[in-house]
Ligand binder design. Structure first.
Ligand SMILES: Nc1ncnc2c1ncn2[C@@H]1O[C@H](COP(=O)(O)OP(=O)(O)OP(=O)(O)O)[C@@H](O)[C@H]1O
Length: 500
């Protein structure tokens, strides 16, 4: 056994984050570590990588009991951890980042830069990245930065590699490349702990699965033979009928009509309409212009030309404030920093865009604010300890509901959601989808940007695919398939002419 963790317990401020958890990792296996938000996955991973120490329990690597008191000690033991946002120094070069703290030396004290660059080049090449080793890391894409983090791990003779949601923000093709690398590591006997909320990834990659729930061990077994529905039930501890509710909406009046919208170099000549009863999905690779398009609709970004009609009226918002006044709401991908005030109470966050209605003679009607917030908390089923709880202390799923709730309180008629379920667990996802359907049923407009194409397929009534700033394909839910989206998004063929 490569790694053997027995009876691990850990509490924070008297609250048990892990309660008697056992975890075993074999050489050459990819072991999925799964559970809902707050189940204890990251805490367990941080025990192996030296960021936390257990209150009780033992850790053994290759049969030898160890005390992993710091990340440096973990590295010495052959443990590396890679996060969704690789921890790299952006202004240093690829080679510097890979060998930071373990630079090859000449005469024992001079850094052997030649060898460092040569080794870095070789490592990066084996990972399919061909930049010069002297390139600053800030010039690389997210997936290339991840390759640098992996190269760093490999250069340190890693035996145990822990990956915490590594595919967040990656395109389908980048994800495939990462999986290819992990399969290679598996062949070399490295044990990989793989943490994810993307259950559709498990069968592509993982050999065994361990599920945690509320800090307790639920099950460890071979993944083969376990269905996605069974995994969902084990995560939640109850039966979830359907992650994606089957709802058919009737298409009604036109809400939004975008004509020839252009902002160089991000997007060009974009035309589309959104009707009542539609959930409009935007698919595309990173840099396809989807986010910039939505930012421009929300007044966060200027446009060069084109027109936008909202409920039949020509509108041109020069700031988000104007968009909000016209009942537009936008939940960004990084909602905690962009949409919410993490150090403020949940009730203040929910009412922040509606303060005008909650003021009289320049005084905030505190009681009314609390009532309005409470209404949203109940309607959207936001799980909190009290209305004065700070948003930063909510789970990822509840933070997402709060970000949506802010626009609900403000009376938004158009919701634009960027990566609405990124990082949230399967139960919260299911609730988010149900909320989206309810809002659409009430006649609200819904635009979803998601890198999770299967989510778009199962949620949206119509999907537009963007590539290099242009809409290159459009499909109804009946016409759509993941293959068609991937092909259009990556330019393998243009949707209008599959023979190309
Ligand atoms: N440094 C900390 N201080 C206080 N509480 C913490 C700390 N780290 C984790 N916790 C708590 O421990 C519990 C387990 O959290 P953990 O981050 O391990 O869950 P997780 O399964 O990784 O969740 P997610 O999928 O949302 O990342 C949670 O209740 C969390 O609030």
């Amino acid at each position: 056994m490569l790694l053997d963790m027995q009876n691990i317990c850990k509490s924070f401020y008297g609250m048990k984050a892990l309660d008697g958890v056992n975890f075993h990792l074999r050489s050459g296996e990819v072991h999925a570590l799964i559970g809902g938000n707050g189940a204890g996955k990251s805490t367990l991973a941080k025990m192996i990588s030296g960021y936390h120490q257990p209150d009780e329990g033992t850790i053994a690597i290759e049969g030898e009991q160890v005390l992993v008191r710091s990340p440096i000690e973990a590295h010495r033991l052959g443990v590396s951890m890679i996060y969704q946002d690789p921890v790299l120094i952006q202004d240093l070069t690829i080679a510097d980042n890979i060998f930071l703290g373990s630079e090859p030396r000449l005469l024992g004290f001079l850094v052997n830069r030649r060898k460092m660059n040569k080794d870095a080049k070789h490592l990066m090449k084996s990972l399919g990245v061909f930049h010069q080793p002297a390139t600053p890391v800030r010039r690389l894409s997210l997936s290339e930065q991840q390759a640098v983090a992996i190269a760093k791990a490999v250069s340190k003779r890693t035996r145990i590699l822990i990956m915490d949601e590594p595919t967040t923000g990656l395109t389908v093709l980048e994800r495939e490349r990462l999986f290819g690398l992990l399969r290679l590591f598996r062949k070399e006997g490295i044990g990989i702990v793989y943490i994810t909320h993307q259950l559709d990834e498990l069968h592509q990659l993982c050999d065994r699965i361990t599920i945690l729930r509320d800090g307790k061990h639920v099950i460890t077994r071979e993944l083969k033979g376990l269905t996605e529905n069974e995994i969902v039930d084990l995560i939640l501890g109850k039966e979830l009928k359907r992650i994606f509710p089957q709802v058919r909406h009737t298409v009604g009046e036109e809400l939004l009509h975008v004509k020839g919208l252009t902002r160089n170099p991000w997007f060009r000549n974009v035309h589309f309409q959104l009707h009542e009863g539609e959930i409009l999905g935007f698919a595309g690779l990173t840099g396809s212009g989807r986010t910039e398009l939505v930012k421009s609709l929300f007044g966060e970004m200027k446009r060069d030309s084109g027109e936008v009609y909202w409920k039949g009226k020509n509108v041109h918002f020069r700031s988000p404030r104007e968009a909000i006044q016209h009942q537009f709401g936008f939940v960004h991908r990084n909602r905690l920093t962009k949409d919410l005030f993490p150090d403020m109470e949940i009730s203040q966050n929910l009412t922040i865009s509606s303060l005008k209605q909650l003021h009289r003679w320049q005084f905030l009607l505190r009681e009314q604010e609390q009532d309005t917030a409470l209404d949203a908390i109940l309607q959207l089923n936001i799980q909190i300890q009290g209305p004065d709880q700070k948003v930063k202390h909510l789970s990822g799923g509840n933070q997402q509901k709060a970000a949506l709730g802010k626009w609900w309180v403000a009376g938004a008629d158009l919701y634009m959601l960027e990566e609405p379920t990124q990082g949230i667990d399967v139960g919260a996802k299911s609730e988010m989808y149900a909320t989206i359907h309810t809002l659409v049923q009430e006649g609200k407009g819904m635009i979803i940007i998601s890198s999770d194409f299967s989510e778009l397929l199962r949620l949206c009534t119509r999907i537009l695919v963007m590539r290099e700033g242009c809409i290159v394909d459009e499909m109804t839910s009946d016409e759509a398939s993941e293959e068609r989206i991937v092909r259009s998004a990556s330019g393998i063929y243009c949707g209008q002419d599959p023979s190309l």
